[in-house]
Design a protein around this ligand. Structure first.
Ligand SMILES: *Cc1c(COP(=O)(O)O)cnc(C)c1O
Length: 397
């Protein structure tokens, strides 16, 4: 049987694939420690769950407006005003089934075959396939540890061609935890306006920033820049609501209308009950986030200290999100029992079988010198996982 040509151009999400592998080992009774998952290990706060239960009881169980209920759009508008000093009208915002779905709709509404989309690496695994599924071409720009994995205005300008349509920014970043400062964004903004390209700013980890560092959205730079920016955000990470599938976007109304049209012919509205829960999340008490952040911070500090104590390993201090992205290239070309480790994929495979530790290889994020650790797991588990990794690496070289 032959499937569509488009399907052969993409691979399944490598992070989800790693999870599946670890899960099947667990089902066979192997005690796998997972640093693979990209979701908070906390429960959705009670007041949000209560709102959903009430919505269900009250029969809020039918189709809603395709792009989201007005109550939720208004809560999103208020969130942008309150947190980011950005003002939007109702027809400039839209709700989809998660941030990932927002990005998919945006690519479908904006991109044509032949268009180029600039994606700085390391990148979130879904950006390139989403671009490819829209028929456009991802243009990957590698960044390095020395720049804390942040795109410079110079490398952006070098990558721009007459075909460039869109730039993807993600701050705080998955997988590196890097956060752009206001002045770094200003430098990028100059290039963006000079060449009049669109920007999508994935701000899903906005609330997960440590050491009281400020969050700054590129849309805040000027009205002009705001009109070229699609701000993407969602409930998954901030409110521990990954399974509820609510994400949202704000940006140019013509494009939002196009995205709504695509959504109307594909998924229709996001889940009605989850939309009610999202209103409660955005309008309700926010103190839950602070306690989650404190737990993440404690784990971050511990994990970093352990990683940097491993021979040959170096890891920049992540400023946001709940990931660390250490360089493990010291162990490449190491040989054990006739196995040779050529890159991050081999190393992760080896650590899964030998140390029973699940990680995601950096190659999945566009840089094979690294490995991604998610620290959305308890301190003790992190300690045990690192002990196992140290043991297994010790046998390698
Ligand atoms: C988790 C994540 C998303 C979106 O997740 P949804 O559950 O679809 O809202 C988007 N971007 C990045 C970088 C993420 O890590």
């Amino acid at each position: 049987m032959s499937l569509s040509e488009r399907i052969s151009r993409i691979k399944p999400s490598p992070t989800l694939a790693m999870n599946a592998k670890a899960l099947s080992m667990k089902e066979q009774g192997v005690d796998v420690i997972s640093f693979g998952v990209g979701e908070p290990d906390f429960d959705t706060p009670k007041h949000i769950r209560d709102e959903a239960a009430q919505a269900m009881e009250e029969g809020f169980t039918r189709y809603t407006a395709v792009g989201g209920i007005l109550e939720l759009k208004d809560a999103i508008i208020e969130k942008f005003r309150r947190d980011n000093s950005l003002s939007y009208e109702r027809d400039e915002v839209m709700v989809s089934c998660g941030g990932k779905h927002v990005l998919y709709n945006l690519a479908q509404a904006l991109l044509n075959p032949g268009d180029e989309v600039i994606i700085p690496a390391p990148y979130w695994v879904s950006y390139p396939p989403i671009v490819i599924l829209a028929g456009a071409d991802p243009v990957i720009i590698r960044t390095g540890e020395a720049d804390d994995f942040k795109l410079s205005a110079e490398s952006l300008e070098t990558a721009i061609t007459p075909r460039t349509k869109l730039l993807v920014l993600n701050s705080p970043s998955n997988p590196t935890g890097s956060v752009y400062t206001e002045s770094e964004l200003e430098a990028l903004a100059e290039v963006i306006l000079k060449y009049n390209i669109w920007v999508v700013s994935d701000e899903i980890y906005e609330k997960l920033i440590f050491d009281d560092r400020p969050f700054y959205s590129i849309a805040q730079i000027s009205e002009k820049l705001k009109s070229k920016t699609f701000v993407v955000n969602g409930l998954s990470k901030t409110y521990a609501m990954t399974g509820w599938r609510i994400g949202y976007v704000a940006g140019a109304r013509e494009v939002i209308a196009g995205m709504t049209k695509i959504q109307s012919q594909s998924t229709s509205n996001p889940n009605s009950i989850a939309q009610k829960a999202a209103v409660a999340a955005l309008n309700g008490p926010q103190d839950f986030i602070q306690s989650m952040l404190q737990a993440f911070d404690q784990r971050r500090k511990y994990l970093l200290q352990r990683l940097n104590a491993i021979k040959g390993v170096h890891c920049n201090l992540p400023i946001g999100a709940f990931y660390a992205f250490p360089n493990f290239s010291y162990y490449f070309n190491a040989k054990t029992k006739g196995i040779s480790i050529k890159g991050s994929a081999d190393l992760c495979e080896h650590l899964l079988t030998e140390a029973r530790v699940a990680l995601v290889p950096g190659i999945a994020f566009g840089d094979g010198d690294f490995v991604r650790f998610s620290y959305a797991t308890g301190l003790e588990t992190i300690g045990e996982g690192l002990d196992r990794i140290e043991d297994a690496l010790g046998k390698l070289v």
